[in-house]
Design a protein around this ligand. Structure first.
Ligand code: NAD
Ligand code: UDP
Length: 338
C-alpha cells in the first residue's frame, strides 16, 4: 500500500518523499508542475536510489485523479498541493479558492469514492490569525485570517472537521506548519521560488549569492527584543519527519487530529540575518523598510502536543537551517534545472 503525496515535487513535498521512502514507504506523487520543476523528481530519485511513480495531474481533475486511485493501491494521502503566496492571493483570490479549496474538495470526493479515508493536510500557523498570543496552542480559536491564502487554509480545516463529524470512519490530521526553511543536507534539494522571493530565507540567500542588492527588513519598531518580527523557523527535514509520524497516526487511528509543527523558539529577522552570516561566511546587507501589511510582531508555536501524541520534535537548530539553506543556494544558484 502506498502513500499518495499531492504536490510532492514542491519544497516540503520533495523532502517528505525522501524521508518516506528512506523509511520504507511506497510513495506515489501527483503534481501539476505549476510551482516546481520536473528535475525535482530526478533529484528525489537520485537521493533515495530508487524509482517511484509520478503522475502529472491537477488535483482538480476528478477523472485523472480517479484513474490514479483505480490503478494504484493507495492507503493514505499527504495533501501538499496548493498555491501559497500571500501577496498573490490578494491579487488572485478566485484562483486561490479554486486551486486550494475546490482542489481539496475534488480530492476528498475521489478519496471517498475509492474508500481511502486517511489524509494528512498541510495547514499553516496563519490560521491562528492576528489576535492569539504566542506560544500558540492547538486549542486556541482559529480563523482571524487576513488574506485569501490564509482563508483557504482555514476553510479547508473547517471542511475537514465537518467531514469528520459527518463520517467518523475518516482519519484526518491537520498539521499547522510554522516557518519552514533549510534544505536537504546533500545540497541537491531545496526551496526554489519563482521570481522575487516573498519569504525571508530565500530572499537572504539570494542577497548572499549576489542576485539581490539588499534585504528589506519589514519594520524595526515591533514590540520584540530588537524591534523586528519574530517567527518560529523550522528545518524542512524536521517538518518532513513530522509527516511520517502523522501518517503513522492516521494509519493507526480514526479521528481528527491537529498538531503544530514548529520548534517552539522564536527568532527575529535580525537574529536570522546574523545566524546566516555566521553559517555562510557571507555578508547580508539590509535596509530597514516599512512594515509589511498583515504581518504580526511575534508568532511561535507550543509544539508539546506533537511531542506527547506523535513522539515528534524538531531536532535541527537555526545554525543548521542556515548552513543547509546556503549549501542549496550556493550549489544551485538558479534553483532546479529546467
Ligand atoms: P510548493 O509550491 O513548493 O509545493 C506545492 C506543490 O503543489 C508544487 O509542486 C505545485 O506544482 C503543486 N500544485 C499546486 N497546485 C496544484 C494542483 N492544483 N494540482 C497538483 N499539484 C499542484 O509549496 P510548499 O512550500 O512545499 O508548500 C506545501 C504546502 O504546505 C502548501 O499547501 C502550502 O500552502 C503549505 N504551507 C507552506 C508553508 C511554507 O512556508 N512553505 C507554510 C505553511 C503551509
Ligand atoms: N521579512 C522581511 N523581509 C523579507 C521577507 C520577510 O523582513 O524580505 C520578515 C517578515 O516581515 C516576517 C519574517 O521576515 O517578520 C518572516 O516572513 P516570511 O514571509 O518568511 O514568513 P511569514 O511568517 O510572514 O509567513
Amino acid at each position: 500500500m502506498a502513500v499518495l503525496v499531492t504536490g510532492g515535487l514542491g519544497y516540503i513535498g520533495s523532502h517528505t518523499c525522501v524521508e518516506l521512502m528512506n523509511s520504507g514507504n511506497e510513495v506515489i506523487v501527483v503534481d501539476n508542475l505549476y510551482n516546481c520543476k520536473k528535475s525535482s523528481y530526478d533529484r528525489i530519485k537520485a537521493l533515495v536510489g530508487k524509482d517511484f511513480k509520478f503522475y502529472e495531474c491537477d488535483i482538480r481533475d476528478a477523472e485523472g485523479m480517479s484513474a490514479i486511485f483505480e490503478k494504484e493501491s493507495i492507503d493514505s494521502v499527504i495533501h501538499f498541493a496548493g498555491l501559497k503566496a500571500v501577496g498573490e492571493s490578494v491579487e488572485k483570490p478566485l484562483e486561490y479558492f479554486d486551486n486550494n479549496v475546490n482542489g481539496t474538495l475534488v480530492l476528498l470526493d475521489v478519496m471517498r469514492k475509492h474508500g481511502c479515508k486517511k489524509i494528512v493536510f498541510s495547514s499553516s500557523a496563519t490560521v491562528y490569525g492576528m489576535n492569539n498570543i504566542s506560544p500558540l496552542t492547538e486549542n486556541m480559536e482559529v480563523g482571524g485570517v487576513t488574506n485569501p491564502y490564509g482563508r483557504t487554509k482555514y476553510m479547508i480545516e473547517c471542511i475537514l472537521k465537518d467531514l469528520y463529524v459527518s463520517d467518523e470512519s475518516w482519519s484526518i490530521c491537520l498539521l499547522r506548519y510554522f516557518n519552514p526553511i533549510g534544505a536537504h543536507k546533500s545540497g541537491t534539494m531545496g526551496e526554489d521560488p519563482n521570481g522575487i522571493p516573498n519569504n525571508l530565507m530565500p530572499y537572504i540567500t539570494q542577497v548572499a549569492i549576489g542576485k539581490r542588492e539588499h534585504l528589506n527588513v519589514f519594520g524595526d519598531d515591533y514590540d520584540t527584543h530588537d524591534g523586528t518580527g519574530v517567527r518560529d523557523y523550522i528545518h524542512v527535514v524536521d517538518l518532513a519527519l513530522g509527516h511520517l509520524k502523522a501518517v503513522k497516526k492516521v494509519e493507526a487511528e480514526k479521528g481528527l487530529f491537529i498538531y503544530n509543527l514548529g520548534t517552539g523558539t522564536g527568532y527575529s529577522v535580525l537574529d536570522v540575518v546574523k545566524a546566516f552570516e555566521k553559517a555562510s561566511g557571507q555578508s547580508v546587507p539590509y535596509v530597514i523598510a516599512p512594515r509589511r501589511a498583515g504581518d504580526i510582531a511575534t508568532c511561535y508555536s507550543d509544539p508539546s502536543k506533537a511531542l506527547n501524541e506523535l513522539d515528534w520534535k524538531a531536532e535541527r537548530g537555526i545554525d543548521e537551517m542556515c548552513e543547509d539553506s546556503w549549501r542549496w543556494q550556493s550549489q544551485n544558484p538558479n534553483g532546479y534545472p529546467d
